[in-house]
Ligand binder design. Structure first.
Ligand SMILES: NC(=O)c1ccc[n+]([C@@H]2O[C@H](COP(=O)([O-])OP(=O)(O)OC[C@H]3O[C@@H](n4cnc5c(N)ncnc54)[C@H](O)[C@@H]3O)[C@@H](O)[C@H]2O)c1
Length: 316
């Protein structure tokens, strides 16, 4: 099968490419604007994975990019929740219009399926009560969430009008190897990295914000399962199904690494929903258990990866 990943050199794209490449029948192309992010995947020298450096924009000729592909994973997002709401109209153009252009090209190029990574953390907003299920209303409080909902709706439209098949993955908060520990996304990875380097951890708000944390291996298995199976549903929550506060994440990292962490608290961010965790019954009823790695074990594996990958000399 010919598989294309757009926005592929990042955290999810790298892990997804590694897993997809294990099937020798897959011929995988990764597209990303950032040459140096490809260093992770290039180091692995995977035979059936090719990379292309290209800045995707509303002016891109997507027919050239998509020609001959069977499945397209759409992982491009020009923003993250933390810096969303700063340039709302620009963000909507660069994500929604771009996605519409991608879908037009998918129709012309006879792509069989589009898999879109939406956000279980951003699409529901703060009005519904967790655990949040797929049938609950979507009221995002960030333009990041607005663009995700809009692209989900575009997928529905393109199926209705052109018969283009798709899956939407409303992903919670994945963490683990290859996540950039730069503090913009991913509390677990960022805090683990800082703890290993004995650096100060910054928490926005009082640390009682609750999130649904999922180890990346479980997330990737779920995404691939959703992409490959037929189902009456096209939209799936993917998370661990329960909430953990940021303060509890910090305690767990401290326990796993057997070290005290230096933490400072700063004013909370408006785009942060106070409590968010997902109802994952739809997935589990069809495909079985989703989260198989505990937070403790996930942190242990993330720390082991970071020590080796970033050559961190951490002594417990
Ligand atoms: N990581 C999470 O916590 C999380 C949770 C839910 C949903 N998602 C979604 O999953 C997708 C992938 O996330 P990730 O964590 O791998 O992010 P990431 O930042 O690690 O990777 C995204 C990649 O997309 C590339 N990219 C962005 N705009 C591009 C453009 N215009 N042209 C070409 N490449 C471009 C970036 O260079 C980057 O390598 C995103 O759509 C994100 O919104 C992520």
């Amino acid at each position: 099968m010919r598989i294309l990943l757009l926005g592929a050199a990042g955290f999810i794209g790298t892990n997804l490419a590694i897993e997809l490449s294990k099937n020798e029948c897959n011929d995988i192309t990764l597209v990303d604007r950032c040459d140096h992010y490809f260093s992770h995947i290039n180091r692995l020298r995977l035979d059936n994975v090719g990379v292309k450096v290209s800045e995707l924009s509303v002016d891109t000729n997507f027919d050239e990019v998509l020609e001959g592909q069977d499945v397209v994973y759409h992982l491009v997002s020009t923003t993250v929740p933390a810096n969303s709401n700063k340039h709302i109209s620009e963000e909507l153009v660069s994500n929604i219009v771009l996605s519409s252009n991608v879908l037009d090209a998918c129709v012309r190029c006879n792509v069989k399926k589009v898999v879109f990574i939406s956000s279980g953390g951003a699409v529901y907003g703060k009005e519904s009560t967790s655990p949040l299920s797929e049938i609950m209303p979507t009221n995002p409080i960030s333009s990041y969430g607005i663009q995700k909902v809009a692209i989900e709706n575009l997928l529905y439209l393109y199926r209705h009008v052109y018969g283009l098949d798709y899956r939407v993955v409303r992903l919670s908060n994945p963490y683990g190897p290859y996540q950039r520990p730069d503090g913009l996304l991913g509390a677990v990875s960022t805090f683990t990295y800082k703890a290993l380097r004995n650096e100060v951890i910054t928490v926005y708000g009082d640390g009682e914000v609750v999130r649904d944390f999922l180890f990346i291996d479980d997330a990737i298995k779920a995404i691939m399962k959703i992409a490959s199976e037929e189902s009456e549903y096209r939209t799936f929550n993917v998370g661990c199904g329960y909430g953990t506060s940021i303060n509890d994440v910090i305690k767990t990292i401290s326990t796993v690494l057997k070290t005290d962490l230096k933490v400072i608290y700063k004013e909370g961010r408006k785009s942060d929903v106070p409590v968010n965790y997902l109802n994952i019954k739809r997935y589990e009823t069809l495909y079985g258990p989703l989260a198989t790695v505990s937070l403790e074990e996930g942190i242990r594996q993330t720390a082991a990866f970071m020590k080796e990958y970033y050559c961190i000399d951490f002594v417990q």
